[in-house]
Structure formats: structure tokens, C-alpha cells
Design a protein around this ligand. Structure first.
Ligand SMILES: C[S@@+](CC[C@H](N)C(=O)[O-])C[C@H]1O[C@@H](n2cnc3c(N)ncnc32)[C@H](O)[C@@H]1O
Length: 216
């Protein structure tokens, strides 16, 4: 994939308008996102980044969960940020949105207490995952934490089989490290410590896991 190329939310740009509907009817979306928020333990005034915010469903849920947080959503797809802006404006919430060039995140070092991200990393080829994680490490504050919900290697052959089906849709290259169970090593390699899997969700597309790690 060339520079700044990306896989849209549902693989094809023309499917983006129905992303919220399709993800809602096929996945335990709200359960996954609420767990991500609960594990993140968002405290009053915390600075939070939603990496790959898409239509801002998680960003909005986090802001409504703890209204005093300062939350920013970032996404590489400018078109999906238009939809995110509409949803945020409808609810009149104080949420910042920004675009990403796929290279460097537009934030100072040590800016965020929490990084949250849902179903983004299986869209990124391994070198892109590595680059994104190094950037996320740079902008995380000392003692800040990373929480990622995404597909991981399941102990269940049935879940692995189901994930292979979604791999055909999303692509074998971006999903390879997820399928091999390499998310935790990749997170460690970026500098984060104490990487762990907090929770596993069995879905019709394979197992989604919540990965957590800390910046010391
Ligand atoms: C499946 S959607 C998930 C959206 C949202 N996080 C959610 O859970 O509803 C994946 C998102 O990742 C974004 N994305 C893909 N490649 C990206 C990259 N390199 N950097 C940031 N976001 C990216 C897509 O534009 C899309 O919005």
C-alpha cells in the first residue's frame, strides 16, 4: 500500500455510510466499546485520544461516560470524519476531531493519559501497526495507558476459522499479526510495558480482545 493509503471502515468507501448499522447488527459493538471504556478507567479531566475514531461512536460514549475528559478523535479517512462531526454536533458535545496523515500524529510528546482504539489495528499492515504504536507511545504521558480492542488469536479453532473469513474481506496482510497473536509483542516493541489481554469476546467474525499496556 502506498503512502497514506488506508482500508476504509468496511473495506470499500461506498460502504462507509452503512458502517454504524452493519457493525451494530453483526458485532457485540456496544458491549466491546463499553468494556474498553470501563477498563480504561477514565478519570475527571483526563486527556484521551481515540485512535481511528471512525464515526466517533466510541469517542462519544467515552465523553458521555465521563463528561470532564478532554477527548480527541483522530482518523486517516477524512470522509468518515464528516459523519463523526455530524454525530458530535447533534449531541452538542465538546470533542475535538482531527485528521491523520498516516505518518506522524499531530500531538506533542506526552500529551495523553489514555489512548483508546477500537477495531482499527486489523486494518494496518504490520509495519504500519509498528509505526502507529511508536507514535502512540510518544504521545502517551508517563504512567498513561493504551487500550486497544481488536481481533487476536483465539484458543478456539472455531473462532480462528471465523476470523479467517473476515480476513478474506479485510485482507490477509493487514490482519496477519492479529491472526498470529502478535499484538502484545508489537505493543511491547513500541516501548509499552506490562502488556496483557483484559477481555475476550467471541464474535461471528472471530475473537476480539482488549489489549492493555502502560508507558512507564
Ligand atoms: C472498522 S473502523 C472502526 C472505527 C471506530 N474505531 C469504531 O470502532 O467504530 C476502522 C477505522 O480505522 C481507520 N483507519 C484505517 N487506517 C488507519 C490509519 N492508518 N490510521 C488511523 N486510522 C485508520 C478507518 O478510517 C476506520 O475509520
Amino acid at each position: 500500500m502506498g503512502k497514506n493509503k488506508f482500508i476504509p471502515a468496511l473495506r470499500f468507501k461506498w460502504l462507509t455510510p452503512v458502517y454504524d448499522f452493519l457493525i451494530g447488527v453483526t458485532m457485540p459493538e456496544m458491549h466491546i466499546k463499553q468494556s474498553l471504556i470501563d477498563f480504561s478507567y477514565l478519570t475527571d479531566g483526563a486527556t484521551v485520544l481515540d485512535f481511528g475514531c471512525g464515526t466517533a461512536t466510541l469517542t462519544i460514549m467515552a465523553k458521555e461516560h465521563r463528561p470532564t475528559i478532554k477527548i480527541t478523535g483522530i482518523d486517516i479517512d477524512k470522509a468518515i470524519l464528516v459523519k463523526a462531526t455530524e454525530k458530535i454536533n447533534q449531541k452538542n458535545l465538546d470533542i475535538q476531531l482531527t485528521g491523520y496523515n498516516g505518518e506522524s500524529l499531530p500531538f506533542e510528546d506526552n500529551s495523553f493519559d489514555r489512548i483508546i482504539s477500537c477495531l482499527v489495528f486489523h486494518h494496518l499492515a504490520t509495519p504500519v501497526k509498528q509505526k502507529a504504536l511508536v507514535e502512540l507511545f510518544r504521545i502517551t504521558k508517563s504512567n498513561g495507558q493504551l487500550f486497544i480492542a481488536d481481533f487476536g488469536r483465539s484458543d478456539s479453532w472455531h473462532q480462528r476459522l471465523l476470523f479467517n473469513m473476515i480476513r478474506g474481506f479485510d485482507g490477509y496482510t493487514p490482519t496477519r499479526a492479529n491472526a498470529k497473536g502478535l499484538m502484545l509483542p508489537l505493543i511491547s516493541d513500541a516501548g509499552f510495558v506490562n502488556p496483557s489481554i483484559k477481555k475476550r469476546f467471541k464474535t461471528v467474525f472471530g475473537e476480539v480482545q482488549i489489549f492493555n499496556a502502560i508507558k512507564q
